[in-house]
Design a protein around this ligand. Structure first.
Ligand code: ADP
Length: 405
């Protein structure tokens, strides 16, 4: 079974091809043994149709597929849709493209490329099942109190609420951390979540705080494999400071800068998405490596940018430690979380009072790989788990297609 995962940006097209063993067990929480056969992509894409042709050409040349019919499905990590979430067929269910278009103002960098790209896949590969896995899907069972903003009812009815993003990444962390903690029952529950919903569990609750720290970042609280809240809200420019997108911001700031700096709304929006976050704070760049290097050379703004990032991450970890009444595991994932021991150490500093202690030597030695970095006496285990979002999309795509057939 060949499943292609397509990652669509406004000017980019990235893909990975996974092959699942036909004997693979996917139902009832099966893990789905998969091999990644190919990985590639194109920048400065102006026509997704051409990119689809190029991608298929590459896969044919490499001998992975003979024709498009050898693709059993294509999966997309769509961001959010209006009144729609979960894992859905995007070729036969017209609601997917409508829902993406319905919220294009909330995710302008993500929704239009996916709506357009999925349409082009439909035209180019008729008969190949297409599946959209919304990033919001992992948050379907978050308690209402953690999803609401205190806005007039009409705003809420129009869709102004917390949705949450990085769902595929945090779902993978939920599954893998359960395995590392010896809770195969919870790992099975996570794998079957989008088909079965949260099913009853036995034993002590498993409490995980997952930190996806990368180009964009979020912290999610997870109980028994199900999200109970997350730092991102209505849009992917909330919560922690992002690379060049503002994180949490008091809503009064927007009318204030419009009036006092004379900025039109479109310019405020541009600055909040392109000139804020780590870039805006540091004035150096949007890559944490550059910000760290500048801070090490004495750049005060770069130091502040790091401090804000660390403070904000700790703030959200604290929120979920309170919600979960402690945690069995704290997990770091994504580019910064996987590769940056200094930032992990700063985030975990002086948390022994709430049962968290990092092992300095283990932490410093671990980069880009899975492992435990907590000190021997730490009540909460601290893990690094490399992100594996595409595998989650590929598995859910296969599950969705199998369920429908
Ligand atoms: P995205 O997929 O959202 O673009 P990533 O998960 O790749 O983001 O994370 C990008 C961030 O991770 C950058 O800020 C970068 O500084 C950091 N990062 C990536 N690789 C490394 C590394 N080897 N060492 C330190 N930081 C890294």
């Amino acid at each position: 079974m060949n499943i292609l995962v397509a990652n669509l940006g406004s000017t980019s097209f990235k893909f990975r091809l996974f092959r699942f063993d036909p004997a693979t067990s996917l139902g009832a929480g099966g893990a789905g043994a998969a091999t990644m056969l190919a990985k590639g992509g194109y920048e400065r894409v102006t026509d997704y149709g051409q990119a689809i042709d190029d991608c298929l050409g590459e896969l044919k040349t490499a001998g992975h597929v003979r024709t498009a019919a050898d693709l059993h499905g294509v999966g997309f990590k769509t961001v959010l849709g209006k009144n729609l979430t979960g894992c859905l067929r995007a070729d036969t269910d017209s609601r997917v493209i409508d829902a993406l278009n319905g919220f294009k103002e909330i995710a302008p960098a993500h929704n239009p490329p996916y709506a357009l790209g999925i349409q082009r896949f439909r035209e180019k590969l008729p008969g190949v099942p297409l599946v959209a896995l919304f990033e919001t899907a992992f948050y379907q069972w978050v308690p209402e109190a953690a999803t609401r903003y205190a806005v007039p009812q009409a705003w809420h009815d129009a869709g102004v609420r917390r949705y949450g993003f990085h769902g595929a990444s945090h779902k993978f962390v939920a599954e893998r951390s359960a395995e590392l903690l010896g809770r195969a029952d919870i790992a099975d529950r996570v794998r079957a979540l989008y088909q079965a919903g949260p099913t009853p569990t036995e034993g002590a609750p498993l409490r995980v705080v997952s930190c996806h720290l990368g180009g964009s970042s979020s912290v999610t609280g997870i109980r028994d494999g199900v999200a109970i809240g997350t730092s991102m809200g209505l849009s992917p420019q909330s919560g922690l400071p992002q690379n060049n997108r503002v994180g949490d911001l008091d809503s009064a700031a927007v009318p204030f800068v419009m009036k006092t700096l004379g900025l039109p709304l479109a310019e405020v929006e541009r600055q909040m998405t392109k000139e804020s976050g780590l870039l805006g704070l540091s004035g150096v760049g949007n890559d944490l490596r550059d910000v760290k290097a500048a801070a090490a050379q004495g750049n005060a703004r770069a130091r502040v940018a790091l401090d804000v990032f660390i403070h904000s991450t700790r703030h959200w970890i604290g929120a979920f430690l309170a919600e979960l009444n402690g945690a069995d595991a704290l997990v770091f994932t994504a580019g910064i979380g996987e590769n940056n021991p200094d930032i992990r150490a700063a985030i975990c500093a002086q948390l022994d009072g709430v049962g968290l202690a990092i092992d300095e030597a283990k932490n410093n030695a671990l980069r880009g790989a899975e492992g435990e970095i907590s000190a021997a006496g730490s009540r909460t285990k601290i893990f690094v788990i490399p992100a594996n979002e595409e595998l989650v999309v590929a598995r859910e795509t296969l599950r969705c297609i199998s369920a429908k057939n």
